[in-house]
Design a protein around this ligand. Structure first.
Ligand code: C2E
Ligand code: CA
Ligand code: CA
Ligand code: CA
Length: 278
């Protein structure tokens, strides 16, 4: 029993040490991954209800880790936000998304909006606006096709830095969407002062949309958004019945596994050419 206790203690201690060091390791590894281009973007299509066509894409980052395989953003974005690595990582994401936008266009993939997620932490970089302007110019992308997704919690910080940068980008033609809507506590007075064009209803609400279910809340969100002059994107749509209901409620766009999972660029190109044939 003694030996076992000792053994347990030893294992426990090992594990604590390992988890403490593995966070620091992970940070160093992410730093290296950024340098070595071990990150990837996958693109999830957005379907327009009115036309039945793909009108946009959301860029979602993944990390191709040498030993752990493909890591989802929830495995490293929180650490990147905490460590500040989200700033260079965010530039990598935007730069890659702009590059892929150009290559899609060259291949005749049509006119698609590209949505990129921005963390609140990225606004704390005083160079954000200047860097975004430079990247957009360098890639020669028309800013009207670019969209940034900001979560409710980021937008509600009421920081002058956030609203100032948003306004400057909006003047260039960049659009903003309010991500994960319904999960935070938006003040509509505050929202109406920001240049937001779209509202993305969080999957947790979309999950509850069922025939014969209580869909009042989602319907109210959609009406409210339209009242405020915003377009509505429903995210996380997995079932055909949800799509039908959301269409009836007036949602403008849908995104979710029912339409397509996020796809690597090459697969996205195939997907889009199939769509265009149909
Ligand atoms: P999000 O912005 O809410 O993105 C939607 C997430 O839902 C994505 O997860 C997407 O793959 C997933 N999803 C879409 N449709 C469905 C569906 O029908 N069913 C289910 N079960 N899931 C669906 P993912 O790619 O793992 O991204 C997670 C989060 O990580 C994103 O949530 C976003 O907040 C963050 N993220 C991803 N890429 C970036 C980035 O480049 N920068 C920043 N700052 N955050 C990012
Ligand atoms: Ca998003
Ligand atoms: Ca979202
Ligand atoms: Ca979400």
């Amino acid at each position: 029993a003694k030996a076992r206790q000792g053994c347990t203690w030893y294992l426990y201690n090992e594990r604590v040490n390992r988890s403490a060091s593995s966070l620091a390791d992970l940070e160093g590894e992410l730093r290296r991954a950024l340098r070595r281009d071990d990150l990837e973007l996958h693109y999830q299509p957005r379907l327009c209800m009115e036309t039945g066509r793909i009108v946009g894409l959301e860029a979602l980052v993944r990390w191709r880790h040498a030993s752990r395989g493909l890591l989802a953003p929830n495995e490293f974005i929180p650490m990147a936000e905490e460590s500040g690595l989200i700033v260079p990582l965010g530039y990598w994401v935007i730069s890659r998304a702009l590059r892929d936008m150009q290559s899609l266009r060259e291949k005749g993939a049509g006119e698609l909006h590209m949505a990129v997620n921005l963390s609140f932490r990225q606004f704390q970089d005083s160079q954000l606006l200047a860097t975004l302007q430079r990247l957009i110019e360098e890639r020669g992308v028309d800013p009207h096709w670019l969209e940034f997704e900001l979560t409710e919690t980021a937008v509600m910080r009421r920081s002058d830095q956030v609203s100032g940068t948003m306004s400057a980008l909006a003047k260039l033609g960049v659009r903003f969407s309010l991500d994960d809507f319904g999960t935070g506590f938006s003040s509509f007075v505050h929202l109406s002062r920001l240049p937001i064009s779209l509202l993305k209803i969080d999957k947790s609400f979309v999950d509850g949309v069922t025939a014969g279910g209580d869909n009042g809340l989602v319907q109210a969100m959609i009406s409210l958004a339209h009242e405020l002059g915003l377009e509505v994107v429903a995210e996380g749509v997995e079932q055909a019945a949800q799509l039908k209901l959301l269409e009836g409620f007036g949602a403008n766009q849908v995104q979710g596994y029912l339409i397509s999972k996020p796809l690597p660029l090459a697969e996205l190109e195939k997907y889009l050419s199939q769509q265009n044939k149909a």
